[in-house]
Design a protein around this ligand. Structure first.
Ligand code: AMP
Length: 442
């Protein structure tokens, strides 16, 4: 199967070729004709499957034929949970649309709104946005969503996890009745199902092989180690194996900061990336990591979601995630699009329940290793895991392995809502550095 067999126009085919892609991925093979047909779509696909091109290419093709947008109007709206994902989708739109004359822009919070307002004013073919900033601008009448032809909800499960459901509902209320809806989600909780039922009209359903069954290219291993020895073991593994470009996951923002500082002190250049960092700090850290200047990037789950770093060789779970499916998302950062990768998890006695949950989900036992000099104390007692991410309502994310020694923290409503800002807590800062938020389409 080739891209041209999918019915894409020449401008898009040459943009795809410029990216170096020769064969459409399974999600692209199914999604592209479905979106070109004009119907609604419900796709189960994770980052790493090629889903972005799967919706962007046919979306651009559909837009290419139509009338120009009026002032402040938007023809296709893509909602994403995080700024990073918004920026990446925006880049894909610009890359794939480089030979078309469509205009696109990306908006998200945490940066000045004026450049975004200016970019939207003449009207846009594609607007990629995080829900909060979009609503801000919509309420101030800087954007007119009444002519949206295509709505894409990307990583819808993560948007719900982050508390964006109310924002999404508000956005839906100002969209026109008749439009094409595309919903992408890595998981299908009851909440996602409910949203899909409300949103989609007779959708085509696509489910591509999940990464938790397809990540054979990722060499996965567990290092058993004591809680207090994790940092030392990590520094040792990085130096002993001469690892470059290591993405390390911690459970909390505080833990990410502390670990990045400690590694830097040991002359392993490291930076942390999470929702409390300014956008410019996040962008800077990511850019340095991508070029290989920065050896280690320490991230929380949500900050890392959607990071598109090609051929990332090493992912380390400094702590296992509280939700088993996040393990799959994390290791999905490596071994992408055919390249090999290595995912290593440092597991202490507190995390045995979480590990079991992960092994249940991926339906295999992970190889256990013990590094000489870092043998775990066989008599160590498990302690509760602090500051885990709260997920509301137990929305059906399987195999979370929550039972752990000492009972752990559990997840009452309104408790620590986790690693990133939920919708209600968004700061509505004004002003800012005005450094845009995406680029205008070439
Ligand atoms: P996504 O799932 O959209 O985040 O894409 C995952 C990665 O796969 C990105 O790095 C894309 O550049 C890459 N990619 C997308 N489509 C293809 C393709 N057909 N062939 C090879 N790589 C691709």
């Amino acid at each position: 199967m080739t891209f041209s067999e999918l019915g894409l126009r020449a401008e898009l085919l040459s943009a795809v070729e410029a990216q170096g892609y020769t064969t459409p991925t399974p999600i692209q093979q199914q999604a592209i004709p479905a979106v070109l047909n004009g119907g609604d779509l419900l796709a189960s696909a994770q980052t790493g499957t090629g889903k972005t091109a799967g919706f962007t290419l046919p979306m651009l093709q559909r837009l290419a034929g139509g009338p120009r947008p009026g002032k402040r109007q938007v023809r296709a709206l893509v909602l994403t949970p995080t700024r990073e994902l918004a920026a990446q989708v925006g880049e894909s739109v610009a890359d794939y649309g480089r030979h078309l004359t469509l205009k696109s822009h990306v908006i998200f919070g945490g940066v000045g709104q004026q450049p975004q307002v200016d970019a939207i004013r003449p009207g846009l073919d594609v607007l990629v946005a995080t829900p909060g900033r979009l609503l801000d601008l919509q309420q101030q009448k800087h954007v007119d969503l009444s002519r949206v032809e295509i709505l894409v909800l990307d990583e819808a499960d993560r948007m719900l996890d982050m508390g964006f459901i109310h924002d999404i509902k508000k956005v839906l209320r100002v969209l026109p009745e008749k439009r094409q809806n595309l919903l992408f989600s890595a998981t299908f909780s009851n909440e996602i199902q409910a949203l899909a039922n409300k949103l989609l009209d007779d959708p085509k359903m696509i489910e591509v092989a999940r990464r938790n069954t397809t990540a054979e290219l990722v060499d996965q291993a567990i290092y058993r180690v004591d809680r207090e020895k994790k940092r030392e073991l990590l520094a040792h593994l990085i130096s002993a194996h001469d690892w470059h470009q290591v993405l390390v996951f911690t459970r909390t923002k505080h833990g990410a900061n502390r670990l990045a500082e400690q590694l830097s002190k040991q002359e392993i250049p490291a930076m942390a990336i999470h929702g409390n960092k300014s956008q410019s700090a996040r962008t800077k850290a990511l850019a340095a990591f991508k070029t290989g200047e920065l050896q280690v990037l320490v991230a929380t789950d949500i900050a890392a979601r959607g990071l598109d770093i090609e051929e990332l060789p090493h992912v380390v779970n400094f702590e296992l995630p509280n939700v088993a499916e996040d393990y799959v998302h994390r290791i999905g950062r490596t071994g992408r699009a055919g390249s090999e990768g290595q995912a290593v998890s440092l597991v202490c006695v507190d995390e045995h329940g979480l590990l079991k949950g992960i092994e249940r989900l991926i339906k295999r036992d992970l190889e256990k290793r013990i590094e000489p000099g870092f043998e775990p104390d066989p008599n160590a007692k498990p302690e509760p895991i602090e500051n885990g991410r709260n997920r509301r309502g137990g929305g059906g994310r399987g195999g979370n392995g929550q039972k752990r020694g000492g009972g752990g923290q559990n997840r009452g409503q309104g408790q620590n809502r986790g690693a990133e800002q939920p919708a209600g807590a968004r700061r509505r800062r004004r002003g800012g550095n005005g450094n845009g938020g995406g680029r205008q389409q070439a």
